[in-house]
Design a protein around this ligand. Structure first.
Ligand code: DX5
Ligand code: ZN
Length: 217
């Protein structure tokens, strides 16, 4: 089943509760919550206090994408603030520390994921695959919404789908960046089953229609 995870990076943050209610009614499966620290990526977004408020405002599954250096430092805080799933970038620290971050989240009863940037090879997910619920493949350089989808990421999505079938068949495969009704069929065909979409959902007046168009594309 294809799941749609609208990214609130393109939402109106002054009306965040209403924006998230709009996508919930519109059929979103997850809400994708992008955290940026201005170091791991060249932008700063939202963090723990906003997650706490959003947790009180919605029952939607919150998928937290941590674009921060050394995320093990904050794994517990994001879990306690209300994340349902926490995504850690494999590039953000040593293998040992990323594994420790996953373990912290898992012990707190949360789902976990690892994320790879465009220049990171597929094999980088292998040490973590048995331990996680989701792999996130970036299809743009992380940091900003509204960028163009990178079609050269399709072989990597296929490769990781192959790893999942062999090693952890319940693991989900998520893609993030430049997903819209044009690019959605490409990533689905390559094996992705969770599609993040920021501008293609929140920049449209009818979010329900936008979600449906991506899901059915
Ligand atoms: C980018 C973020 C994305 C972003 C996607 O660094 O991780 O989640 O919001 O935005 P679109 O869908 O507009 O490319
Ligand atoms: Zn994201």
């Amino acid at each position: 089943m294809i799941k749609i995870a609208p990214s609130i990076l393109s939402a109106d943050f002054a009306r965040l509760g209403a924006e998230v209610e709009d996508i919930r009614i519109g059929g979103a499966d997850y809400v994708h919550f992008d955290v940026m620290d201005g170091c791991f990526v060249p932008n700063i977004s939202i963090g723990i206090p906003v997650l706490k408020s959003l947790r009180k405002a919605t029952e939607l599954f919150i998928d937290v994408h941590l674009m921060i250096r050394e995320p093990v430092r904050y794994a517990e805080a994001f879990c306690k603030a209300g994340a349902d799933l926490v995504n850690f970038h494999v590039e953000a620290d040593s293998e040992e520390n990323i594994a420790a971050a996953i373990e912290i989240a898992r012990k707190l009863g949360k789902k976990t994921g690892v994320t790879v940037k465009p220049n990171t090879p597929a094999e980088a997910v292998l040490p973590f695959l048995p331990a996680v619920d989701l792999i996130l493949v970036m299809t743009v350089e992380p940091g900003f919404g509204g960028q163009h989808f990178m079609p050269n990421m399709l072989p990597k999505i296929e490769t990781i789908r192959g790893y999942i079938e062999k090693n952890n068949s319940d693991c989900e495969l998520e893609v993030d960046g430049g997903i819209d009704p044009e690019t959605a069929p490409l990533v689905k065909r390559a094996g992705a089953n969770v599609l993040v979409a920021g501008s293609a959902v929140f920049n449209r007046p009818d979010r329900s229609l936008a979600i449906r168009e991506i899901r059915n594309a």
